[in-house]
Ligand binder design. Structure first.
Ligand SMILES: *Cc1c(COP(=O)(O)O)cnc(C)c1O
Length: 393
């Protein structure tokens, strides 16, 4: 027997058919206030039973025939043996999503949205991004013949903007923050009737990102004890929960791992809300641009999962993030961007409270080459070129 899929509002539980016209629960969204996370985020619900271990594609709401034939997902899960020994955590793993087509985990969401666009005969997609979602949609769009319009804060790391332009996307720089870019891109989407891939707003972004959890389970063949997730808008966090929740619902696993949302101290809206139970907009400021978010778009959904499944938040300083980035490069050979290294920084901060035998997975969400300006802060960049070996002395 195969499974069927529908949307359900994560707030009022109302059910809807999946359709390109519907992105968000109209009732709950009508109460949307400015400066708060999105109201009425829709969740894809899986219905039915399976009598075999499912392939990942069977757990997604777009038929496998529509998937682009490009290298997205199936990323390596590996042990950094030097760190395993040094930190005395023999079961610490890195889920290395720098291996995706455009170098970040965002490709998982872009992939599913692109497949859906193919199924629905949609040729154009618009989105706002802090950088990676945009370069990702641009790359996946290029590979699948979609035309992509991207609203990007003008302060986005240059490599990410170059990446998007290189793939042929139309890039519209926005003077102001990501939050402003988000609003402008939605306005554009509604005005011209173009499918939005805005994170959390398009429910398939959460759904696409769940594949990372499904892969972790397939690779470990068990449920890890802890998964560290760098968190800005809370869509990766929501996706990781969604993946494990689907496995639980289908009777494949028996528990949800403890998920730890790692935020930068200067961009800690979800960590704050977990303490105070409400969202207050913050003036986000961190070196980890991919998790620099004033209003976490998937905040309500993320908070609900964290509370329901006993998840935790940890915040880390920029200094800790940059040190973690350097250490991961030097000791594990994995050059991650600052946001991605935040999961390692969060682990270092919490490790004394964890059992040394625990099975711990750190999500490494994006490549360090995407933001060399940040990485340069922790290296001695050579300034004098030599002409002969004698110059070395
Ligand atoms: C987008 C992103 C994140 C955070 O994901 P959210 O869904 O915004 O919480 C973390 N790391 C990298 C590299 C990203 O691109």
């Amino acid at each position: 027997m195969s499974l069927s899929f529908y949307y359900q509002c994560s707030e009022c539980r109302k059910e809807f058919d999946i359709s390109p016209e519907l992105m968000i629960c109209p009732d709950c969204h009508s109460h949307q206030k400015i400066e708060e996370p999105l109201r009425g985020v829709l969740e894809v619900v899986i219905d039915g039973h399976l009598h075999h271990s499912p392939k990942i594609s069977e757990l997604l709401p777009v038929e496998a025939d529509y998937y682009p034939q490009i290298p997205v997902g199936n990323t390596p899960l590996w042990k950094p043996t030097g760190l395993n020994q040094e930190l005395k955590f023999p079961n610490l793993y890195l889920k290395d999503d720098t291996h995706n087509l455009t170098g970040s985990l965002k490709d998982r969401a872009s992939y599913l949205v692109a497949a859906y666009a193919m199924r629905e005969n949609i040729r154009e997609i618009v989105l706002a991004s802090t950088g990676n979602a945009g370069s990702s949609m641009a790359g996946v769009g290029a590979a699948t013949g979609l035309s992509i319009t991207l609203f990007l804060p003008e302060t986005a790391p240059k490599a990410k903007m170059v990446q998007a332009l290189q793939y042929g996307a139309r890039v519209i720089p926005v003077s102001g923050t990501y939050d402003k870019a988000f609003d402008l891109s939605l306005e554009y989407s509604l005005k011209y009737g173009i499918l939005s891939r805005n994170t959390a707003y398009n429910p398939l972004t959460i759904e696409g990102k769940k594949t990372v959890a499904l892969e972790i389970y397939n690779q470990l063949k068990l449920v890890p004890d802890f998964v560290f997730v760098p968190t800005g808008d809370g869509v990766i966090l929501g996706g990781v929960y969604k993946g494990f929740k689907d496995l639980l619902k289908l009777g494949i696993i028996e528990r949800i791992p403890t998920i730890i949302a790692v935020q930068a101290e200067g961009s800690n809206a979800i960590a704050k809300a977990l303490k105070t139970d409400k969202f207050t907009p913050i003036d986000a400021k961190t070196v980890a641009d991919s998790i620099s978010v004033g209003i976490p778009r998937n905040g309500y959904y993320a908070l609900k999962q964290l509370k329901q499944y006993n998840g935790k938040c940890v915040t880390v300083s920029d200094e800790a993030i940059l040190s973690a980035q350097k250490e991961l490069s030097v000791k594990a050979g994995l050059f991650a961007e600052p946001a991605a290294a935040a999961s390692y920084a969060g682990f270092l901060k919490m490790k004394d409270d964890l059992d040394n035998g625990a099975i711990v997975v750190l999500l490494i969400t994006g490549s360090g080459l995407k933001d060399i300006e940040s990485a340069i802060k922790k290296i001695n960049f050579p300034t004098n070129a030599i002409a002969s070996l004698g110059d070395l002395e």
